[in-house]
Design a protein around this ligand. Structure first.
Ligand code: FRU
Length: 330
């Protein structure tokens, strides 16, 4: 039989040492099992924009059929992505954006809308509160800017105020260290709400509040991942007051890559939905995500079983053919 053409997809990931990115990769690999002719290679820029540019250049040299990129920071990554796109290689931008519309498709949450949803939630849930301490993701990355601006817009004309800002760079440890320094240097700082651009920073802020004996502060994060030490668990344990779903879009990215490579229709802008999780719905949310995780594990087991059945079938078929030829010759 004629071999179908293999397509190589290069994925330039900005960083990968956190559970949210690992979940994205898992979704990608699961979706890939439906498209045996797609092959994925991931390069991790480890949070460094220069490394990411090098990684993309390596993919260019390899001659990948399609590039997926989650830009560490928008500005430094824009030029190289535009270059790849203009050279005729389709580009899917995922989660973080570039400063240009020169790409084939974008997949990810609408971070401005997430910021606005957080604002609505705060206004409804905490009337009478006002002083916000904000722990930022990496300033040059689009979700940090968009989450801040969306929230700011939603809080316009209210008593809420961004009183303190801390640079957490999306990282648990960086956020913890900077917040610790802030609390040590500003013993009389007062705030009633901590808004963190993601859950890992929110959880470390919660741990520090405990350590410093700070009480009655509401803590809000974003991501709402299942699993130990992640957002849903933290809400259920009362460490976080609320978190907001931020889907990774890993499966959608692979499906879109497949559509592009097989010349099928696809949408350019694919915005994924968010939802608030707090004490009122965390139990049902956890049940749902646990069920999905179980089902996904079953799908993976089935896929492996089918693959091994195919192998057995093929080797038996080979034996039968040899046997047939032997009979014929005899
Ligand atoms: C993971 C992460 C998430 C956040 C996203 C923003 O690396 O920091 O926690 O929602 O990136 O791009």
């Amino acid at each position: 039989p004629k071999e179908e053409k293999k397509f190589v997809i290069g994925f330039s990931q900005c960083v990968s040492n956190d559970a949210w990115r690992q979940a994205m990769h898992e979704e990608m690999y699961r979706e890939l099992s439906f498209y045996p002719t797609l092959q994925l290679e991931i390069k991790d820029a480890k949070g460094n924009s220069e490394t990411q540019i090098e990684n993309i250049r390596e993919f260019q040299k390899m001659g990948v059929d399609l590039l997926i990129v989650s830009p560490n920071e928008s500005e430094p990554i824009t030029g190289i992505v535009e270059e790849v796109f203009r050279s005729g290689i389709p580009v899917i931008v995922i989660d973080r954006k570039i400063n240009s519309n020169q790409y084939s498709a974008y997949i990810g949450g609408d971070n401005y809308e997430i910021g606005q949803t957080v604002g609505q939630y705060i206004k409804n849930t905490y009337p009478g509160y006002s002083d916000i301490l904000e722990i930022w993701g990496l300033r040059g990355s689009s979700p940090a800017k968009d989450r801040h601006q969306g929230l700011q817009q939603a809080l316009e004309g209210t008593d809420f105020e961004f009183k303190y800002q801390i640079e957490g760079e999306w990282e648990r440890e960086v956020a913890k260290e900077r917040f610790r320094k802030f609390l040590t240097d500003n013993r009389d700082a007062s705030f009633d709400l901590i808004f963190c651009h993601n859950d890992v920073m929110a959880i470390s802020a919660g741990e520090l509040c405990k350590e410093f004996g700070i009480e009655n502060v509401k803590i809000i994060g974003i991501d709402a991942l299942p699993g130990p030490r992640a957002g849903l668990q933290a809400v259920s344990d009362g460490i976080l007051d609320a978190t907001f779903f931020y889907p990774t879009g890993g499966d959608k990215a692979i499906e879109t890559a497949w559509r592009i490579l097989s010349n099928e229709n696809y949408e350019k802008e694919n915005l994924l939905q968010t939802a608030a999780v707090d004490f009122s719905n965390v139990r049902i949310m956890k049940q749902q995500t646990d069920r999905i995780i179980n089902q996904q594990a079953n799908i993976s087991r089935q896929t492996e079983m089918i693959a091994s059945q195919i192998e057995i079938y093929q080797s038996q078929r080979g034996l039968l053919i040899v046997f047939g030829i032997t009979l014929f010759v005899a």
